[in-house]
Design a protein around this ligand. Sequence first.
Ligand code: NAD
Ligand code: ZN
Length: 341
Amino acid sequence: MKALVKKYPEPGLWLDDVPEPEIGINDVLIKIEKTAICGTDVHIYNWDEWAQKTIKTPMTVGHEFVGRIVDMGSNVHDLKKGDLVSGEGHIVCGRCRNCLAGRRHLCKDTKGVGVNRTGAYAEYLAIPVTNVWLCDPNIPTDVLSCFDPLGNATHTALEYDLVGEDVLITGAGPIGIMSVAIAKKAGARYVVVTDVNPHRLEMAKAMGADHTVDVRSEKIEDAIKALAMTEGFDVGFEMSGNPTAFNDMIHNMAHGGKIALLGILPETSIDWDAVVFNGLTIKGIYGRRMYETWYKMTTLIQSGLDITPIITHRYHYTEFEKGFEAMKSGKSGKVVLDWTS
Ligand code: NAD
Ligand code: ZN
């Protein structure tokens, strides 16, 4: 079958012929219809330091997908051939304390599809049945292919009660932009978004941001004044992975404010005095809750959440280079690759 493979330990991806995956008794075989490109895939493509120490070549990459079940192992009874499915890219051990308690996003031994084991940029993908999410076929497949990052946005945005709260989002990447719409739908009063990229701030506005701040020329304090807020932000979502953005956030939170930290920060010097004296809560957010987040994002979409404006580019999988170029340009939202023909 065709697959996009990190074939050699150097920048790039290779469209290659690889064997179809074999299924075990608890696995499901999925014929891939659409995949989306994640920032992680761009790291792997670029072969940066993180990718070099994480990826063992050759590796079929990709973990954002939707497809249809074509085969299943003998232990799988509750799904059928033809079912439209996406899936959780974090394969968990199922036996550790957190897994047994139903907190599978906190598994002590998570393995990543398309990172530590063969991935979804391929005609077929095999995953355990416990990782399959049965999709509502009324939701467009483009949108379903983005459920993994939409799940990151949903997990982060629903971590704290947002009703009537003022929310600061640092970083208007695809996940930051999706979280704008979720925060508004969940009842936030004001949602303010920062970035250094005007294209992305425009997208954030289109998704419902009340105010955007280009931190190259503006300050978050200006937004606080413009919206006549008095005490700073009640809730923060850090979604840039940028240390300056994180410190900007810490300094603009209301006393007792709560931060959900999704962005992966390099070694960062944090103003701990501001955290302590202002009584801030900072909570790390990893992946998606299995499967409460998947349930919530499905029902959010069923009740009107529209993330289609975020899907800015669509290509056939053979044109994957164009997709990665779009991702690297800084002018894209989500980029979706079509595997149906
Ligand atoms: P992205 O890289 O597309 O978006 C980050 C955005 O932050 C960009 O638009 C960038 O211009 C902006 N930015 C850069 N410097 C800034 C600054 N000083 N102030 C404000 N914004 C700034 O990333 P994404 O795919 O949307 O993901 C968001 C973050 O979440 C990344 O750090 C990613 O690594 C992380 N992530 C974490 C998890 C998890 O499970 N914890 C999962 C997925 C992604
Ligand atoms: Zn576990």
